[in-house]
Ligand binder design. Structure first.
Ligand code: IPE
Ligand code: IPE
Ligand code: MG
Length: 252
C-alpha cells in the first residue's frame, strides 16, 4: 500500500516537473463488460465498478490541476445494446448523480452533459440537468459527460444549423469557417482535447469527438476501465508530456 502511494506521489511530482499539462483530457472509458466477464459477473456489475473509476479520475484530475476532463459515458450506438444493459446504464447514471453531486460541488467541478439527451429517460435527463445546474459555479475542473453522443450526428447537427442560418440570409456560404462551425458543436467554447485516452486496448475512436481530436495525442492502455485510476491517468499524462507535438510543422 505505502509503496504504491509513494509511487503515485512520485508520478505527480514528475508530472509537475515535466512541463505543460494537457489542458483537456478526453477519455473513452472502455472494458467494463470484459472486466465483469473475466470474473463471471453480469456486465452491469462491470459498469458499476466503472463508476468508481470515474470518481478516481475526477479526483486525480483535480489533484493534477487539469481544467477539462471529457468522459465518453454512453454512445449513440450503445442504444443498440440489450434493453437490460441500457436500463442498467441509465440507472447507474442517476445513481452517479445522487452519489457524487455534493462532492463535485464542494470540489469546484462544473459538470456539462452533451449528446442527444432527449433520448434519455425522463429521470436520467432530469438528474443530469439538476447536476449541471447545481455544479454550475464550479471553477476548478470542467467535467464533460458525453451521453447518447455520436460525433457524426454532432457534425451533421452543426451543418444543419449553419444551413438554416444561410437559408435565412443571416450568413453567406463563404462565412462558414472553422470558428463558425465549432460554435455549433456541443463543445462550443471548450478547448480541443490535447490527450485522448482509451482503455481496454481497442485501437479505434468509436465516433468520439472526430472534429475535436484532429491534433490530440492518442494514448491506448490495455487496462480495463474498472482497473483505471490515478496512477494510470498520471502515467498517460507523463507519456503525453514526453511527446513532441508538431501540428504539421518541423521540430524547433
Ligand atoms: C464501456 O465498457 C462502457 C460503455 C460503452 C457504456 P463496455 O461495456 O463497452 O465494455 P466491453 O468493451 O464490452 O468490455
Ligand atoms: C465506446 O465504447 C463508447 C463508450 C465508451 C461510451 P464501445 O465499447 O461502445 O465501442 P466499440 O463498440 O468497441 O467500438
Ligand atoms: Mg466496449
Amino acid at each position: 500500500m505505502s509503496d504504491s502511494v509513494t509511487g503515485e506521489h512520485d508520478l505527480l511530482e514528475l508530472m509537475r516537473e515535466a512541463g505543460d499539462l494537457p489542458g483537456h483530457v478526453a477519455l473513452i472509458m472502455d472494458g467494463n463488460g470484459r472486466w465483469a466477464g473475466e470474473r463471471g459477473l453480469p456486465r452491469w456489475m462491470g459498469h458499476r465498478e466503472g463508476m468508481k473509476s470515474v470518481r478516481r479520475c475526477v479526483e486525480a484530475s483535480l489533484e493534477a490541476g487539469l481544467k477539462h476532463l471529457t468522459l465518453y459515458a454512453f454512445s449513440r450506438e450503445n442504444w443498440d445494446r440489450p434493453a437490460e444493459e441500457v436500463e442498467a446504464l441509465m440507472s447507474l447514471l442517476v445513481e452517479y448523480v445522487e452519489r457524487e453531486s455534493e462532492d463535485l460541488l464542494l470540489n469546484g467541478v462544473k459538470v456539462r452533459a452533451f449528446g442527444d439527451l432527449d433520448r434519455l429517460t425522463d429521470k436520467a435527463r432530469q438528474s443530469v440537468q439538476v447536476l449541471e445546474a447545481t455544479t454550475a459555479p464550479g471553477d476548478k475542473l470542467q467535467l464533460n459527460l458525453a451521453i447518447s453522443y455520436g460525433s457524426r450526428d454532432e457534425i451533421l447537427r452543426a451543418v444543419r444549423r449553419l444551413a438554416e442560418q444561410v437559408s435565412r440570409g443571416e450568413i453567406m456560404p463563404a462565412d462558414v469557417d472553422a470558428a463558425r462551425f465549432e460554435q455549433q458543436l456541443y463543445t462550443a467554447g471548450w478547448p480541443d482535447p490535447d490527450l485522448l485516452i482509451r482503455t481496454s486496448g481497442e485501437l479505434r475512436v468509436s465516433n468520439f469527438l472526430l472534429w475535436q481530436i484532429a491534433y490530440a495525442e492518442l494514448y491506448v492502455t490495455p487496462v480495463l476501465w474498472p482497473d483505471f485510476g490515478r496512477r494510470e491517468l498520471f502515467e498517460a499524462i507523463l507519456e503525453y508530456q514526453r511527446r513532441e507535438r508538431r501540428f504539421g510543422r518541423v521540430s524547433a
